[in-house]
Design a protein around this ligand. Structure first.
Ligand code: PLP
Length: 397
């Protein structure tokens, strides 16, 4: 039977300390040992299932990590205090001075800035390529390349990566393929398509309530144990731990992720079709006009739709700003970065989340200043939303 990530969430069964239907919240930063020599042993061998100190891991962090490993179909996972906490510690674990990364150029601006401005200080350099051109990826690989990095659905251009094809390149050159699945949880299972490691910003769809920041790395047991190693793990030693109370609340939100993703997708599909009928420059992976629509159909999991993200190019940053202000004043959503909230969120990526990318590169990759990125909300009556959005769009264009 085909892998269904929602089943992994449905099948979770964690009891609380007193038989509660949710796991108890473990509110401790440090843990007792009954025998002194057990502590010594733990420092030397980091035994699994033993808790030492909450920066290493804590029970609620472990429950959430196990659930996300199940969702992604990996042996193990480890949560961090933010998506960037997961991404930075992973890359610092995988690469040493002198190593090289080949990355998609259309990635989250913070990841781009990490690779472009911070990692070179440790002699880890990155070549940015158009990940939809497989020969460009091959051409950028050098004997020093260790990691291939991409997003399932790129931010903010919503390009779809051919993960199966990219994973073949990674295997051929013995590289670790890391895929950021933040925009498309449940929709894609990158590990099943050949990726080695999946990262998420939990801050977005997975938590879904825009009240907390978190991240996760899902991969092999060896990778996760290595990152958590007491003496040499980047996660343990850089220390971006996710607080146990936050882990507990995110696990509860994870239970409704399948239902939420379906609704985000249904609403985004409706609006994208309507915008297209209006003759607007809309990009949505569920539209046949999207350049990788067929590719997405061939690699996505069925039943969750094409996701909640769409873009609308209104031509200029002035028009984009006017539209966003009008929509916020009409209570159609919030002018805010981030995604995966119950309410629609919109921002102009060229001047916000992707502003780290120099203007000439933005132009080359097709990131026009008039692009508005929407994370479509869970509106019950999306037809009413469209009627009101149409009024805003018509008064700005
Ligand atoms: N990856 C993607 C695709 C993102 O959109 C973001 C944040 O916007 C991140 C990673 C970073 O996550 P966080 O803000 O939780 O550190």
């Amino acid at each position: 039977m085909a892998f269904n990530p929602a089943d992994s969430i449905q099948d979770l069964q964690f009891f609380g300390e007193f038989g509660g239907v949710n796991p108890s919240i473990e509110d401790s930063s440090t843990y007792t040992f009954l025998q002194a020599n057990a502590m010594e042993e733990l420092f030397e061998t980091a035994k699994e299932g033993c808790y030492l100190y909450a920066r290493h891991t804590n029970p609620n962090n472990k429950y959430l990590s196990d659930a996300l490993a199940g969702m992604e179909g990996t042996e193990a996972a480890h949560c961090a205090g933010s998506g960037m906490g997961s991404i930075s510690t992973l890359l610092m674990h995988l690469c040493s001075a002198g190593d090289h990364i080949v990355s998609s150029r259309t990635i989250y601006g913070g990841t781009y800035a990490l690779m472009k401005n911070v990692l070179p200080r440790f002699s880890i350099n990155t070549s940015f390529v158009n990940v939809t051109q497989l020969d460009a990826i091959e051409a950028a690989i050098t004997p020093k390349t260790k990691v291939l990095y991409c997003e399932t659905m790129s931010n903010p251009l919503l390009e779809i990566t051919d993960i199966k094809a990219v994973s073949k390149i990674a295997k051929k050159h013995n590289l670790v393929l890391v895929v950021d699945n933040t925009f498309t949880p449940l929709l894609f299972s990158p590990i099943k398509l050949g990726a080695d490691v999946v990262v998420h910003s939990l801050t977005k769809f997975i938590n879904g309530t825009s009240d907390a920041v978190g991240g996760v790395t899902c991969g092999s047991h060896e990778l996760i144990m290595g990152m958590m190693d007491v003496n040499s793990g980047t996660s343990m030693l850089f220390g971006p731990v996710l607080d146990g109370a936050r882990s507990a609340s995110m696990l509860k939100n994870l239970h409704s992720l399948p239902v939420r993703m379906e609704r985000h997708s249904r609403n985004a599909t409706y609006l994208a079709q309507k915008f297209q009928e209006m003759g607007l420059k809309v990009k949505y992976a569920g539209l046949e006009s999207h350049p990788q629509h067929e590719l997405m159909k061939s690699q996505m999991n069925k039943g969750f739709g094409f996701g909640g993200m769409l873009t609308l190019d209104v031509g200029t940053i002035e028009k984009a700003n006017a539209l966003m202000e009008l929509m916020q004043n009409s209570n159609l959503g919030y002018l805010a970065v981030s995604l995966g909230f119950y309410k629609t969120l919109f921002s102009a990526p060229g001047t916000s989340t992707s502003s780290e990318i120099p203007e000439d590169e933005q132009e080359e990759m097709g990131l026009s200043p008039g692009i508005v990125r929407f994370s479509i909300g869970l509106d019950q009556d999306i037809e009413r939303t469209f009627v009101n959005m149409k009024k805003c769009i018509e008064s700005v264009l």
